[in-house]
Design a protein around this ligand. Structure first.
Ligand SMILES: [Zn+2]
Length: 270
């Protein structure tokens, strides 16, 4: 029996990093127009293309957005929200929590929340850490701020409830893994230690073989995508082929992370 409406839930998630991933890496990047343009492609070109794809297929997805992006591109945020997609928290300037002091992490958490709330008048309930770099403090902060789920851990194939500071909580984990992120195949830049560009055929094989195996087990599937990468036309086309593969698999359903998290919480209450 599937965990969401009796089916196997497939969550498409988009981390809208934009320029923040570069600004956070090195503030001098602000003076490098080409590097900035590499990030800017995400919110300005990638997101609209991906929204069109999702609308064509009647799919609702989850977009994790840094506060800085919410402030700079409020219309992009409204467009995402307006189509019924979920907006989640993704730091303020894409800071890795593991590199912050507890005070800095608490500030980034609050600034990210405030920025999204100011544009959408609603607070995000899901959190994805930039770089999936959750610190020893992050989960407590999520509980403190009333988040319903985290999507960061790599220790399970399906959702579970977190134990934080040795106490059971109502914070759901929706686990991820590097093989199911587009960045593992497409992330390229002169400042990166291991720039890589892999052919779409490799990516499609990785995602579909992983999907088939996980669907057999029946827990859930989380795909992590970036509009600055998957928003390029040939990669959006690849995502469309992947969507067709999912739709051809019986007992599967596309869902937003929050909907799956709420289903897990509801089942746990029984
Ligand atoms: Zn990110």
């Amino acid at each position: 029996m599937g965990i969401y409406r009796g089916k196997f839930p497939v969550m498409l998630t988009f981390d809208v990093d934009g320029e923040t991933v570069w600004l956070n890496r090195d503030p001098h990047n602000a003076g490098r127009p080409v590097v900035m343009s590499q990030g800017r492609y995400g919110p300005t070109v990638g997101v609209p293309r991906l929204l069109r794809l999702l609308a064509r297929h009647g799919i609702q997805a989850t977009f994790f957005v840094p506060g800085w992006i919410a402030e700079k591109y409020p219309d992009v945020l409204r467009a995402i929200d307006g189509e019924g997609h979920e907006v989640g928290h993704h730091g303020y300037l894409h800071e890795w929590p593991t590199r912050l002091t507890p005070e800095q992490e608490a500030t980034a958490m609050r600034r990210g929340l405030d920025a999204i709330e100011k544009v959408l008048r609603g607070r995000p309930l899901g959190y994805r850490a930039p770089g999936w770099e959750v610190s020893g403090r992050t989960l407590s902060l999520l509980v403190e701020h009333g988040f319903r789920y985290s999507s960061n851990m790599m220790d399970a194939d399906g959702p579970y409830l977190h134990t934080v500071d040795s106490k059971p909580t109502r914070l759901v984990e929706l686990p991820v893994e590097w093989g199911l992120s587009d960045s593992s195949y497409y992330m390229y830049g002169l400042q990166l230690p291991n720039p890589r560009l892999m052919p779409n055929s490799t990516v499609f094989e990785q995602w579909t073989t992983s999907f088939d195996a996980l669907a057999d087990e029946g827990e859930c599937f989380v795909l992590t995508l970036h509009p600055q990468l998957t928003g390029r036309p040939h990669r959006t086309a690849l995502l469309e082929r992947f969507i067709a593969h999912v739709r051809n698999t019986p007992h599967t359903v596309f869902a937003r992370c929050i909907d799956v998290a709420d289903a897990v919480l509801k089942a746990a209450r029984r």
